[in-house]
Design a protein around this ligand. Structure first.
Ligand SMILES: Nc1ncnc2c1ncn2[C@@H]1O[C@H](COP(=O)(O)OP(=O)(O)OP(=O)(O)O)[C@@H](O)[C@H]1O
Ligand SMILES: [Mg+2]
Length: 354
């Protein structure tokens, strides 16, 4: 009897995918710092060293048709590198990345047809004509690539630009230009869409419009991979998340599964004034505090997140230490259910500055 199998390849699959960047770093030769040498001579004494950066290390992911997948992880964890490999812009050093079974290295052109990569606004890269209207700018690209005009209207609407569509782009504010850049990205219709922190630099209202648009595309079958630091976006949108740390996938699952997987824990989120190294040490050593993430806003202000098993047990000692022992001002304090930041802290097993 013939065995009937669904052999359709997954939209995205990686097998032990690794990427190493080799960069030059400059190191001072030993015993030269106290010689007070002239500038030119001093430069000759600098030794260049090659450093290897392991941007991705044996990443294995498999994404099914129609999934909305989040990539979450701190700066430098490998999110952009992964998206860049999946879209054919960067080659892997080892392992494989397959798009509907096509190897990103050997079948790059095919891969580029199947994948639309929208880099973050920090990267930019679209050539905008300031003397033309927003619509004309988009239409000229659409004509160049045989994209139906309908997509131009959809992209303008998705980015909330319909009302200014006939205005010259040279008169746009920076936020409007940011939205137009994303509208360019939305023109191409492909089965897979990769987005790299697309809501950085745009207003919350525009971000909400963009997310609605992505949801609509996803409902119509587009597979989406979305890299972000914004926990709420992932929790709202994604059916599956990969959490990255130092180039490795340290956890994966649906947001709910991941949160459940760290067990019964609570998070104490605080904003502290008059914060210093002494307070930090005391918090790190405090019984009942399992993990801690500190985001310093300036010399004396910090947002602090503590992961605890029971807030009731920790709070009395915590308040006493902060207020009585260190004269810290607790500007706000909330006890929260765990979120993806806590999941990251749990699996990375260290400070979780995502
Ligand atoms: N072109 C490059 N040359 C050298 N090193 C690179 C290059 N691109 C990335 N890296 C390094 O690879 C690592 C992963 O970087 P990547 O940009 O993928 O991180 P990320 O998760 O996107 O971070 P962020 O949240 O800051 O955007 C970092 O250590 C980075 O410095
Ligand atoms: Mg990045």
């Amino acid at each position: 009897m013939a065995l009937i199998r669904n052999n359709k390849p997954a939209p995205v699959e990686t097998i032990d995918l690794s990427k190493v960047f080799v960069v030059r770093s400059y190191k001072k030769k030993r015993n030269t710092s106290d010689l007070h040498l002239p500038h030119l001579f001093f430069q000759e004494l600098l030794a260049t060293q090659k450093e290897e950066i392991k941007a991705l290390q044996k990443v294995n992911i498999k994404i099914d048709q129609g999934e909305f997948v989040g990539l979450f992880g701190p700066n430098g964890s490998g999110k952009t590198t992964l998206l860049s490999i999946l879209s054919g812009f960067t080659y892997p050093t080892e392992g494989k990345a397959l798009i509907f079974g096509h190897d990103v290295k050997n079948e790059r052109e095919k891969v580029m047809q199947l994948v639309n990569y929208i880099p973050g606004l920090l990267v930019g890269g679209v050539w905008i004509r300031p003397e033309m209207t927003a619509r004309r700018n988009l239409l000229s690209v659409a004509e160049m690539f045989n994209i139906p005009k309908k997509r131009v209207d959809e992209a303008l609407e998705a980015m909330g630009l319909e009302r200014v569509a006939e205005r010259r782009v040279g008169t746009f504010s920076s936020g409007m230009v940011a939205r137009l850049l994303l509208a360019f990205g939305l023109l191409r219709e492909t089965p897979i869409m990769l987005l790299d922190e697309p809501t950085t630099g745009i207003s919350p209202e525009t971000a909400a419009d963009l997310l609605d648009h992505l949801r609509k595309l996803n409902r119509n079958g587009t597979t989406i991979i979305y890299a972000t630091h914004r926990i709420l976006e992932i929790e709202k949108l994604c059916s599956k998340v990969y959490i990255l740390d130092k180039g490795r996938v340290i956890a994966q699952g649906s947001p709910q599964q991941l949160i459940r997987s760290i067990g019964k824990r609570e998070a104490i989120q605080m904003r502290l004034l008059n914060f210093g190294d002494g307070v930090e040490r005391a918090l790190r050593e405090m019984p009942g505090v399992e993990r801690i993430s500190i985001e310093r806003e300036n010399e004396s202000t910090a947002s602090v997140r503590l992961q605890v098993i029971s807030s009731k047990e920790v709070l009395p000692r915590l308040i006493h230490t902060l207020v009585k022992a260190f004269d810290c001002r607790v500007e706000s304090l909330k006890v929260e259910e765990p979120n993806l930041q806590d999941v990251y802290m749990y699996y990375a097993g260290r400070r979780g500055d995502v």
